[in-house]
Design a protein around this ligand. Structure first.
Ligand code: PLP
Length: 454
């Protein structure tokens, strides 16, 4: 019988991040400047990003070195453990082998710190004093606050209003690490004030919060903006997850048949799946890669593959991605980190080209799966991560139907210790599903910018 907990030593923390742009059969179309509609040049991004991250955004080099200062901080929690979910396997009475990579051991409680640390580091290197950002459920805000704290940078966070009230302790965490936190839409920015005057009770959205953070950063010389997902350099940083997991799976003596992660902007999915996508693209490994999203915000499964803005005010470049429309405001589901109208261009392209599969699940099923997982494995998962659990359970049950010893690997992207009010709502029978009505989707998609994807 193989081990339950498969560990690596600190020396085995990857020395490089893996860049899937080196191996994709088709690269995403370039981002377009919001004013001119022309492909974005590195200089266009200099107002809000440091040059080193802009280079990482665009490079096609397969391996990008991880600076020693970053690896030193990674050592606080990396390599993260890989578990064999034996007790869950037993509860499901399945012949499937279920493994999960646990990113909740980071001080931030999620995978987000894997990119927050290098983003703070590279900004510091280029003389930046302050970072602004948006946060949904608050995990990204917590991670960036911690990373800024490590490198002596100031941090301002625009937190989506519905989450600000649903997850009050995430704000406390950010403030412990010295960040200033505003409920978004806020009175701090023109973008926020405009939304508030039209809709004073707006629950907010990531698209709105991004507009506020970008506006703030663009207006100050000493300030840059940091994004917690979606962009190529963010997914690049997250590949430490999959690189470690591949080693750990080899140690366990198995190779996954299916790799699963939840998908909001795509960073924990890309982080786990891209090293396996490399095996699939370059070595013809027969691994399936599945991105799981909420049915209330079904970007990959029902969105349109098109150019769209990353934010509501149209301040960001136009990105080629699956989108529900930048003005789409998802219902206030409890997986706040998955309430984004768009998706990573890299993940979108891979879905479009049939290399990655996408699934959508209802939040009641998600919480049912989360509680089952907690009762068998002992970890209370983040509601976001529980989307991956729901899909892993579905795969394990399909394996039981088929009498097949499928090997399943999923990402447990974070713990849910600060999501307990959401669990209370579930246990009290108060959670609802929000299937997205076709006419709401059609109305939102009708407002997409008219740019040909070519
Ligand atoms: C933010 C977050 C997500 C969603 O973001 P991705 O960029 O899609 O990974 C998923 N899980 C957790 C725990 C998160 O904090």
């Amino acid at each position: 019988m193989s081990e339950t907990k498969i560990l690596l030593t600190e020396k085995e923390i990857p020395a490089h991040w893996y860049n899937i742009q080196a191996d994709m059969p088709q690269l995403p179309r370039p981002p377009l400047h919001p004013a001119t509609g022309k492909p974005v040049a590195p200089d266009d991004l200099k107002a809000i990003f440091p040059m080193s991250l802009i280079e990482q955004e665009m490079t096609r080099e397969r391996w990008v070195e991880i600076p020693e200062e970053v690896r030193e901080i990674y050592r606080l929690w990396r390599p993260s453990p890989l578990y064999r979910a034996r007790r869950l396997e037993k509860a499901l009475d399945t012949p499937a082998r279920i493994f999960y990579k646990y990113e909740g051991v980071s001080p931030a409680g999620s995978h987000k710190l894997n990119t927050a640390v290098p983003q703070a580091y590279f900004n510091k290197q280029e003389g930046i004093k302050r970072l602004t950002t948006e946060t949904g459920a608050g995990q990204w805000g917590v991670a960036l606050s911690q990373a800024c704290n490590f490198f002596g940078l100031e941090c301002t966070v625009y937190m989506v209003k519905v989450s600000y009230y649903q997850k009050p302790y995430r704000r406390s965490m950010m403030e412990i690490f010295g960040a200033r936190v505003f409920a978004s839409p806020s009175e701090e920015t023109a973008a926020g004030r405009k939304i508030l005057s039209a809709e004073p009770d707006s629950p907010g959205s990531l698209g709105i919060a991004i507009s506020e953070a970008v506006e703030d950063a663009a207006g100050r010389e000493d300030t840059n903006y940091a994004l917690g997902s979606v962009l190529n350099h963010v997914l690049l940083h997250q590949t430490v997850i999959g690189l470690e997991a591949r080693e750990q799976m080899a140690k366990a003596g198995y190779y996954p048949d299916v790799v699963i992660a939840c998908c909001g902007g795509g960073s924990n999915f890309g982080g786990l799946a891209f090293p396996f996508a490399h095996d699939k693209l370059v070595r013809e490994a027969k691994v399936r890669l599945v991105a799981v999203e909420p049915s209330a915000c079904p970007t990959l499964t029902r969105g349109k593959f098109a150019y769209d803005y990353g934010d509501v005010a149209g301040l960001t470049p136009l990105l080629p991605m699956y989108t529900l429309g930048a003005e789409f405001i998802p219902p206030g589901i409890h997986a706040g980190g998955l309430r984004y109208h768009g998706d990573s261009p890299l993940v979108s392209q891979l879905v479009h080209d049939g290399i990655v599969e996408a699934r959508a699940v209802d939040q009641t099923v998600v919480f049912q799966s989360a509680v089952m997982f907690a009762r068998s494995e002992g970890i209370v998962p983040a509601p976001e991560s529980a989307h991956a659990i729901a899909c892993a359970i579905e795969e394990a049950l399909a394996a039981r139907e088929a009498g097949e010893a499928r090997t399943i690997l999923f990402n447990l992207s974070g713990h849910g210790f600060l999501d307990l009010p959401s669990y209370d709502a579930y246990l009290a029978g108060k959670l609802e599903d929000y299937p997205l009505p076709e006419e709401v989707l059609a109305r939102s998609l009708a407002r997409l910018p008219r740019v040909d994807l070519g």
